[in-house]
Design a protein around this ligand. Sequence first.
Ligand SMILES: [Zn+2]
Length: 428
Amino acid sequence: MQPQPPRRRIRPPRVAALASVTALTFALSTSAGTGHLSPSTTAGAGPISLGRVPAALGPCMISGDGSIQMSEGVPTISGYSRSTGTVHALTLMVDFSDAPGPGNAMDRFHEFFPQTQKWFRTSSYGRLDYRPETPITHWLRMPKPFKAYGIERGAPFDPGYRDLVQDIVAGADPAVDFRSYDLLNVLVTPNAGPSALDTVLSVTFAGNKDAPVADGVPVANASFVYSRQDDGSGSYDRTGYRVLPHENGHVFGLPDLYTQEGGGAVGHWDIMSEDWGADNDLLGWHKWKLGWLDASQVSCAAHRGTNEYELTPLARAGGPKLVFVPLSRRSGYAVELRTRGGNDEAVCRPGVLIYRIDASVDTGMGPVTVYDSRRDSGGCTRSPNVQAELSDAPFVPGEVFKDPKHGIQIAIASADLSGHYRIRVTRQ
Ligand SMILES: [Zn+2]
């Protein structure tokens, strides 16, 4: 067998841009009364509909403190886009005089749709009805050349974005009623800026209280996609769209799980960790956070003693999906069953994934850490752009995860023929 080529760091962090979103303070006014994002859709219902949360789940609703930009806490704070029901995504294709859009703007749109829509339908078990809408079907030409906006990787929320968003809103204003949309996708012509192999410019401004304002309403949740995430592995046609569900994950309030070191903390177990390569899903924790799991599908292992829980594959709708073992009001262990299916196409060792969540750790700083049942094994995948080491992280029947410091053991007790697992959680 061929040895694997050295793995390039596949996701240059865009944390710097995200982290400085709150530094934005600009107002944007447009001439007519048509251009704005409505507070009733972006902030009204809140990002999630957890429904009535039974008291038993209380100890598992961890939260960060106020200093966290984007937290893993449940429930998600207000200001992000709704993540259940019908979500209308205003999708604009923009180009520049020094980077004219090649061909038809709708070809750029179809790099991402209907795949992104389908990805959300599958991952949410049908709870998120994502509607991309294109009231403008041609390239929206920006008044200045791309270079003039000075958009660069890693720059603190570049002042150029002020101009760019202002120009996008002004340009779209005559044709767009912004009140009809929950979030904004800006699909920038792929020839603007560097190749994604060199620099990933794609970025999202989410839950941004100081967002650009049109007609008094903030454009608070906007995803910008640049370039094409094509690494030459030949998978671009199938997987290149995945940057958009990642960026939209931010508008729904999910933090980045990759760090300065890349995807080593979570590997390919969540699209907020790795959005290149084979299709992948979200962690069960994220599905709960987004309102895609019922309270009845989540168990909170807060009590002393030994308790047994059933888990059904996360990729399948229905049944128990997530057990959370709280360590504090800010952190705990999440336990779920991952198999190949649904959006998870690269799972090579099905089993029980155990990861630690810390709601006091910010986006891009490693709020989630997956525990590897087989450390330094090299992993079981050879799929391009899939972090290999953690690909065999899941625990299988007979294996036990131990945290002696907190007196916690999670034993994988059994798996039956229908694919259901039983786990046994012991707290001293
Ligand atoms: Zn991100």
